[in-house]
Design a protein around this ligand. Structure first.
Ligand code: SF4
Ligand code: SF4
Length: 575
């Protein structure tokens, strides 16, 4: 065999037997849902707010702070309610030190333009990618306070307004302490959004707009700078409702390289003068009866090809696995997933969906394996198979099961056919009692195959069963052969990284050792192995690549450096 465990996936091990459900699973028939899974409520929220954050080369030293201040919004805590659109304006990906830090996050979209077009044109071009009902503008050199979006949207809802404006505390960047910047800071320590007698001033980086309103007004005019003032006046003229609050919702960085201060586009430059003249002409035309919508530029830019999505490359790997239950109805001695020890229970569809979503936009496994424990102990198995296909659309999908509990899932064969998921039935003993029980499984699967087309394989998993550690239960001890290289070389699990508790783990032994420890409080001999750090979902692209390419590492010395084969006793649990 293919040794015990999920080794080369094709040989992934499972449990079978026909014993009572384990203490660990605590399931059995009683936990099968009364409401079909596909009728249960979806836990994934629709985003509430899009944030567009364009940045130019002058803002590069500050963008990271701006991005993190949006990622840390209270509105986004625990739920992906904020979608952040990062636009590198005139910065190619290879010259952008920022994008690779954030592109992997599920709620971050990244784009670039080859020619700088200014932040407002960037917003117009990105409009087609918005996903929610509210749009917030963020500057690449400013910092949003954590409550900015939560506060603004709450106020918009409470007051039924269309556009929110707040205040920003200004500060001088430590790299820009020249006199003119300091003077401006002394003059206006707080930049406020306020009502004027003939309109409003809304600080750009505090602005939150109902998306529909932005569209109705045909967006910003495609000025390189100053288009926010133009937009706000048109919104006022068109009769939209404003809510300006005294609340400080951000920190505004004063510096000499900002768009409003640099020598090319800053106040007083020819560019500004030209824009100002155009602005006055537009305002006069509106006074003379033109509709404010006429002076927006969204229609011209919303299908622009100038904005290029810089989708991160997915990391290709051979195989990736997930446990849909940590319980098993078999008890194979020395199970390298510790599933014979009743170390855990079923993992819910909602949890699996979330855990996979942390990684499915970053990793492209050739093969994705649905394992346990015995997967059929999980009452949501059919929906889990469908969800796995959604998350891994291009992977060979394999469900590994002993077969004994498949009878509990009458809708599974249809899902196997529709998702192209293969079913691999693993046989764990040659004894007559076991073989007899497998016959019933074969009959069931023959019936399924008469009706549905799916690939079915039977494989022996007990022929070369090996010890991966010493002892049982709380008494287990690592092999400690002290030859990590040799251990890794013969390791059947070396291409079996696991998604477990949302993180990425090197192999099943390392991942599920945690469960074993939670149950038995293992001896100090395991301490160094229990100190292993899995990869967190918020890792950078570089860290992910390094993790996936890592081969032998120190922790491998806990495993045997040579094969210690033994005859696996019947894994059937006593009735
Ligand atoms: S006890 Fe372990 S090795 Fe045996 S079938 Fe279950 S998961 Fe596989
Ligand atoms: S720790 Fe290393 S040798 Fe042991 S199972 Fe994991 S990958 Fe294999």
């Amino acid at each position: 065999m293919k040794v015990t465990r999920a080794s080369y996936v094709e040989e992934a091990c499972i449990g079978w037997g026909d014993s009572e459900s384990t203490n660990g699973s605590g399931n059995g028939e009683l936990e099968y849902p009364v409401i079909p899974v596909n009728q249960q409520t979806n836990t994934v929220e629709t985003p509430l707010c899009d944030v567009i954050l364009p940045y130019h080369t002058g803002a590069l030293p500050y963008v990271e702070e701006a991005v993190r201040s949006i990622l840390n919004q209270t509105l986004a805590q625990g739920q992906n309610q904020v979608v952040l659109h990062l636009i590198a304006d005139g910065i190619l990906p290879e010259d952008d030190p920022v994008v690779s830090q954030f592109e992997y996050l599920a709620n971050v979209r990244t784009y670039y333009t080859e020619e700088a077009a200014g932040p407002y044109v960037g917003c117009l071009q990105a409009f087609q990618y918005l996903e929610s009902d509210y749009l917030a503008i963020m500057d690449g050199d400013d910092i949003a306070l954590p409550h900015r979006l939560e506060y603004s949207i709450r106020k918009l809802k409470e007051t039924n307004a269309d556009i929110f404006g707040g205040c920003m505390l200004q500060f001088v960047d430590y790299r820009n302490q020249d006199d003119s910047v300091l003077d401006r800071w002394n003059e206006i320590p707080i930049h406020r959004s306020v009502k004027r007698k003939d309109g409003y001033t809304v600080v750009n980086c505090t602005m939150v707009i109902r998306r529909q309103v932005f569209e109705e007004l045909n967006g910003f005019r495609d000025f390189f700078c100053g288009a926010d003032i133009h937009f706000i006046q048109r919104a006022f003229d068109a009769g939209y409702r404003f809510h300006c609050a005294e609340e400080i919702v951000g920190l505004r960085r004063l510096m000499s390289s900002s768009i409003s201060n640099n020598r090319h586009t800053g106040i007083g430059t020819d560019v500004r003068k030209e824009i100002h003249a155009q602005q006055q002409s537009d305002f006069q035309a509106i006074k003379d009866g033109a509709h404010p919508r006429k002076f927006g530029s969204l229609d011209q830019h919303r299908r622009s090809k100038a904005l290029i999505r810089s989708k991160p490359e997915k990391h290709q790997i051979h195989n990736l696995e997930i446990h849909v239950t940590h319980a098993c109805n078999l008890a194979c001695k020395a199970c390298s997933h510790f599933s014979n020890e009743n170390v855990g229970t079923n993992v819910s569809l909602a949890s699996l969906t979330e855990q996979m979503s942390f990684w499915s936009h970053r990793i492209a496994p050739k093969q994705f394996s649905i394992l346990g424990g015995e997967p059929a102990l999980n009452p949501e198995l059919t929906e889990i198979v469908r969800e796995c296909r959604k998350q891994w659309p291009d992977s060979r999908l394999i469900l590994v099961s002993n077969g004994f509990r498949l009878v509990k899932h009458p809708l599974l064969p249809q899902a196997l056919e529709e998702t192209g998921c293969e079913l691999h039935v693993s046989i764990h003993h040659k004894g007559s009692e076991y073989t007899q029980k497998v016959e019933a499984v074969r009959e069931l699967l023959n019936e399924w195959q008469n009706e549905f087309a799916f690939k079915l394989e039977y494989r022996s998993s007990s022929e070369k069963w090996r010890m991966t550690f010493e002892g049982e239960g709380a008494e287990i001890r690592p092999r400690d052969d002290n030859d990590a290289e040799a251990s890794w070389k013969i390791c059947p699990s070396k291409y079996c990284p696991q998604i477990f508790e949302g993180k990425l783990w090197k192999c099943p032994q390392v991942a599920y050792l945690r469960l074993m420890n939670r149950k038995h409080q293992l001896s100090d001999e395991w301490s160094e192995y229990l100190d292993y750090q899995p990869l967190e979902p918020y890792c950078s692209t570089i860290e992910l690549k390094e993790f996936l390419e890592r081969k032998v590492e120190t922790i491998c010395k806990m495993c045997p450096a040579e094969n210690y084969f033994f005859d696996l006793p019947s894994p059937l649990r006593s009735q």
